[in-house]
Design a protein around this ligand. Structure first.
Ligand code: AVI
Length: 324
């Protein structure tokens, strides 16, 4: 049987398991126990996040997708031809398809920490855009300072696409540093398209992170299942519950895992004690007004050059260009 060979280049820059263990040990050692949300995305975590994106209560995905369908032609016109499109946290690359179809980049570089999903979605994209050059990079994009050497003959600029309001999962200082690194990586003619969740009624936010089917709860608890499996911990998942609430002062949704009783958990030769009601802080999801985000972008060396919002003012997509 004739076999078609994939033309996708794959670069594995994934951090080793040692750094996962070190980060978890450090996170559980603080006065407020905390774990990084980047570790949500093992194979099961990716599946659960995908399910979250389809929930009625979780408005960001469908709102941003509708905006892309409507506004991608204008975005492509402003960005111009012949760019290398780099996507951070590419996941299923669903919104990117709409952008790729309009922008027709000379190359597409999806960057994601979840290697399995990265390969599958790169292959699906190759089938949908057979002429597109794809260079998939498995890496922690929050720490990415250089890109693999690629042949970009004829490319005019680098455009970094960061949809999904994942920027909201960083604290403000982390977001500034991340944008500064992205600015350096994009270079002098560089640009960035960033999807950002807007501040809104707290009841709507509460529902989005406390869905009736309990998928978000499962997504949150899966982090403990992953730590048990990959790092040999002994978290009892039935002794923790999902908690998510809007912290209006900080302008963010906080997700926590709350211990339902006094308990001791062992991991990496160490033990960690939990009081009943004590939490592990697992995620922040910051919500920004348009002007708050523009200010953040300016402080990182970008010039806000356009912004699109949906009719309900729930979500914004910002176009940033490198300031000189
Ligand atoms: C990936 N990130 C933007 C999502 C968010 O809304 O902060 C992750 C998520 N957490 C719970 N639901 C979705």
């Amino acid at each position: 049987m004739a076999q078609t060979r994939s033309r996708i280049a794959f670069h594995d820059l994934q951090p080793d398991a040692g750094s996962f263990l070190e980060e978890v040990l450090a996170g559980l050692s603080g006065a407020q126990k905390a774990l990084s949300p980047k570790y949500f995305y093992d194979a099961r975590g990716c599946e659960l996040f995908d399910a979250i994106c389809g929930l009625a209560e979780y408005y960001p995905t469908r709102t941003e997708m509708a905006m892309m369908q409507e506004c991608a032609p204008e975005m492509a016109m402003r960005l111009g031809p012949d760019c290398v499109l780099i996507e951070y946290g590419s996941g299923t690359s669903r919104k990117t398809r709409v952008l790729i179809a309009e922008l027709e980049p000379c190359a597409y570089m999806p960057v994601d920490i979840a290697g399995g999903q990265l390969k599958v979605s790169a292959m699906e994209l190759e089938a949908a855009f057979p002429r597109l050059k794809i260079i998939a990079v498995c890496a922690d994009y929050s720490r990415l300072l250089t890109l693999p050497e690629i042949d970009t003959v004829g490319a005019r600029r680098r455009v970094i696409y960061f949809p999904g309001s994942t920027i909201g999962n960083f604290t403000a200082p982390e977001a500034r540093l991340f944008l500064q690194n992205a600015r350096a990586l994009a270079g002098a003619e560089g640009a960035m398209l960033v999807g950002v969740d807007l501040k809104k009624d707290s009841a709507l936010l509460h529902a989005a992170y406390n869905d009736a089917q309990g998928i978000t709860a499962e997504f949150n608890l899966n982090l403990l299942a992953r730590i048990n499996r990959e790092l040999g911990a002994n978290f009892d998942l039935s002794a923790f519950r999902h908690r998510a609430f809007y912290n209006a002062g900080a302008g963010r949704i906080e997700m926590h895992l709350e211990s339902l009783r006094t308990q001791r958990v062992t991991l990496g030769g160490r033990s960690f004690d939990f009081r009943s009601g004590e939490t592990i802080h697992t995620e922040n999801s910051y919500k920004y007004s348009v002007s708050e985000f523009q200010q953040l972008a300016r402080s990182a060396g970008f010039e806000p050059s356009a912004c699109w919002t949906d009719p309900q003012q729930w979500f914004a997509v910002h176009l940033l260009t490198a300031s000189r």
